[in-house]
Design a protein around this ligand. Structure first.
Ligand SMILES: NC(=O)c1ccc[n+]([C@@H]2O[C@H](COP(=O)([O-])OP(=O)(O)OC[C@H]3O[C@@H](n4cnc5c(N)ncnc54)[C@H](O)[C@@H]3O)[C@@H](O)[C@H]2O)c1
Length: 339
């Protein structure tokens, strides 16, 4: 039975508390939050869990095996670093840190202390995202041309990081995982309308080499909750709609071939259409899992087996590398920058 302390019981923390506390292989023994009202809520829901206002006391407890951090992004590095130095395994929410050097330091600390360091890139535990990875590995879509991603909603509006760090962290982690690569270049435009200097929306491009592009639109200032991805490949296309729980994926047997008549002969609608292939649309059956539950189980398994998590510290650092490039590009009025 692994004894877990959860730091941060705001909006997201209670989901982690529920999953680890209800799991047969773990027990939440401490919850830490600076806010008395969040501690009171935890006490009333879980009277058996001890609560504290300060992490130091909990990190000093030798009976705590692992620490789960769900505090605002700007606090992740300091808390994760203190937890690793205290010899605890760490699951830290995304993004792992706000600077690449800090993210890399956390990875080095975990390796030196032989502790598991995992980042809460929860979409890597989504069954549909995993299925897409299988399709890509099998070459079902052929050479990938581009991936377009939209992640919008009205709120929650953050004060410590911009919408790219908050929202695009997910999309960057997804594409890096699918392609098993990090982009070479990035460009982003952003706009801040609510709080000066904090972008509420970002419109970004990534170049992965081999001609693959990704386009991201993220915003917390949008009337519609959209979580939408389109992958366009040489042999087929695919869409992922995370709002459609029962049928998140669609595989399109649609392609545009290059076997056209010579240019001069594509002068009728019929001859133009011959270059476009419109086949069937398949809706694969994808089991509905709770991605966060799968993420928590993976963390426990990695600790038990001494294994490296799918979303390990280095994958978190790679995401930070890209998000930092977005910031640099936005500061330079959208210019293309090396990642
Ligand atoms: N994986 C996901 O899908 C997902 C979803 C939502 C949020 N998150 C991540 O979770 C983290 C928290 O987000 P949230 O929406 O719950 O934020 P929140 O502001 O609602 O909650 C954060 C909590 O941490 C507490 N806190 C702040 N600093 C602390 C400290 N030093 N010690 C102890 N407690 C402290 C605050 O009092 C607050 O209750 C963020 O990093 C966010 O990116 C991830």
């Amino acid at each position: 039975m692994l004894r877990i302390a959860v730091i941060g019981a705001g909006h997201w923390g209670p989901n982690l508390i529920r999953n680890f506390h209800n799991h047969q292989a773990s027990d939440v023994t401490w919850v830490v939050d600076r806010d008395e009202s969040r501690r009171a809520l935890t006490r009333s829901r879980y009277p058996e869990i001890r609560v504290a206002s300060d992490a130091d006391r909990v990190l000093a407890d030798p009976d705590v095996d692992a620490v789960v951090i769900a505090t605002p992004t700007t606090t992740h590095y300091a808390l994760a670093s203190a937890a690793l130095r205290a010899g605890k395994h760490v699951l830290v929410e995304k993004p792992i840190a706000t600077r690449l050097a800090e993210a890399e330091e956390l990875c080095a600390l975990a390796e030196a202390g032989k502790r598991v360091l995992m980042v809460g890139h929860v979409f890597l535990f989504n069954a549909a995202i995993r299925r897409v990875k299988e399709y890509l590995d099998q070459g079902k879509l052929g050479q990938i041309f581009y991936i377009s991603m939209v992640r919008t909603n009205l709120g929650p509006i953050r004060m410590d990081v911009n919408a790219a760090w908050d929202l695009a962290a997910h999309d960057v982690a997804i594409v890096n995982y699918w392609l098993e690569a990090i982009p070479t270049h990035a460009a982003a435009h952003g706009g801040s309308w609510i709080n000066p200097g904090i972008e509420d929306a970002a419109f970004a491009n990534l170049w992965y080499g081999n001609g693959i592009m990704a386009n991201l639109h993220v915003s917390w200032l949008n009337p519609r909750k959209v979580r939408d991805i389109t992958i366009v490949g040489e042999k087929g296309m695919l869409t992922f709609d995370d709002m459609n729980l029962s049928e998140p994926l669609r595989l399109y047997d649609k392609t545009v071939t290059d076997q056209r008549s010579p240019a001069g002969f594509i002068d009728t609608f019929a001859s133009f259409r011959t270059s476009i292939r419109e086949g069937d649309i398949l809706i694969p059956r994808v089991p509905t899992n709770e991605p966060l539950r799968a993420e928590c189980e993976h963390f426990l398994e990695c600790i038990a087996k001494g294994a490296r998590p799918v979303s390990d510290g280095w994958s978190g650092a790679a995401a930070v590398r890209v998000l930092s490039a977005f910031d640099r590009s936005m500061a330079g009025d959208g210019q293309k920058v090396a990642v």
